[in-house]
Design a protein around this ligand. Structure first.
Ligand SMILES: NC(=O)c1ccc[n+]([C@@H]2O[C@H](COP(=O)([O-])OP(=O)(O)OC[C@H]3O[C@@H](n4cnc5c(N)ncnc54)[C@H](OP(=O)(O)O)[C@@H]3O)[C@@H](O)[C@H]2O)c1
Length: 260
């Protein structure tokens, strides 16, 4: 049986480029999406030469609705694509008061809207086929308002929630959804956001992050957090969340709110 093609957004550099190399090594054909056509073409040529896989490039600015539509069409029409790596994302420097309407709009357009639209475009075909995989790149920042990256963190909390929700909806239909939560990782994202990498504590190498994420992928984990050292930390949080859900009674106000 031939392996599925993998469409990777944000494949021109960083975590996305590592995913591209790792899947090429596994023998999967690729469709690479990002804005920088020259970088995509160079990577595609290198991976084709090195691993013999077919690599298409699909240049697109995923903050632009028409460009997202082009990628949606490819995801709907190309039946060979069986894995979507929703990786493209940007960060922001500074606090909330310093951010502008335009920078917030761009961040949400890429990290939230494009990611959701692409997952939505491919899902009906995956459900019809009874198989398919969506990997959504979130961040540990989405677990930690304390980090002070409120809008970025909110987009990543959205990505985690969306992935968990899609798992509930789609796992029974043969579709696997994985959320990957990196912590600080050496890529261009910091420089692009105007954050001096030298001011940050030591971070993870992108290759190590993706290799760990792929261990989770091969195990069909729904949430993979390579920097969390003890699996029980996440397990406890999940158990607490399930306890909270069990404690919700929509017909009755809790006793502590019955009087002033
Ligand atoms: N690095 C970290 O510390 C870290 C930690 C947690 C989560 N993450 C997440 O990991 C993902 C990958 O980040 P990274 O660290 O690898 O960042 P990166 O090195 O800056 O790469 C980002 C990728 O996204 C593409 N991209 C940016 N804007 C785009 C747009 N408007 N349309 C289409 N593609 C666009 C870039 O390519 P072009 O410029 O060619 O478009 C590039 O290929 C992101 O979702 C990020 O939030 C990263």
């Amino acid at each position: 049986m031939s392996k599925p093609s993998v469409l990777i957004t944000g494949a021109s550099t960083g975590i996305g480029a590592v995913y591209a190399q790792r899947f090429a090594q596994r023998g999967n054909d690729l469709v690479l999406v990002a804005r920088d056509k020259a970088k995509l073409a160079a990577l595609a040529e290198r991976l084709h030469q090195e691993y013999g896989v077919a690599v298409d490039i699909l240049p697109a600015d995923l903050t632009q609705s028409e460009d997202v539509a082009t990628v949606e069409t490819r995801l709907r029409d190309d039946a060979k694509i069986g894995i979507l790596i929703n990786n493209a994302g940007i960060a922001q420097s500074g606090g909330f008061t310093g951010q502008t309407a335009e920078s917030i709009e761009r961040l949400i357009a890429l990290n939230v809207t494009a990611l959701t639209r692409l997952a939505n475009a491919v899902t009906p075909r995956f459900v019809q086929a009874g198989e398919g995989t969506i990997v959504n790149i979130s961040s540990v920042v989405g677990l930690a308002p304390e980090f002070g990256m409120s809008v970025y963190g909110a987009t990543k909390a959205y990505v985690l929630f969306l992935s968990q929700g899609l798992n509930v909806e789609l796992a029974g239909k043969g579709v696997y959804v994985q959320a990957v939560l990196p912590a600080g990782t050496y890529t261009e994202i910091w420089d692009r956001a105007g954050i001096d990498i030298k001011t940050l504590p030591q971070m993870m190498e992108a290759g190590d992050l993706v290799d760990a994420a792929l261990v989770g992928f091969d195990r069909r984990e729904t949430v993979t957090i390579p920097p969390v050292q003890s699996a029980s930390s996440w397990g406890s949080l999940e158990a607490a969340r399930q306890g909270l859900i069990a404690d919700i009674n929509q017909a009755k106000v809790a006793d502590r709110y019955q009087s002033a």
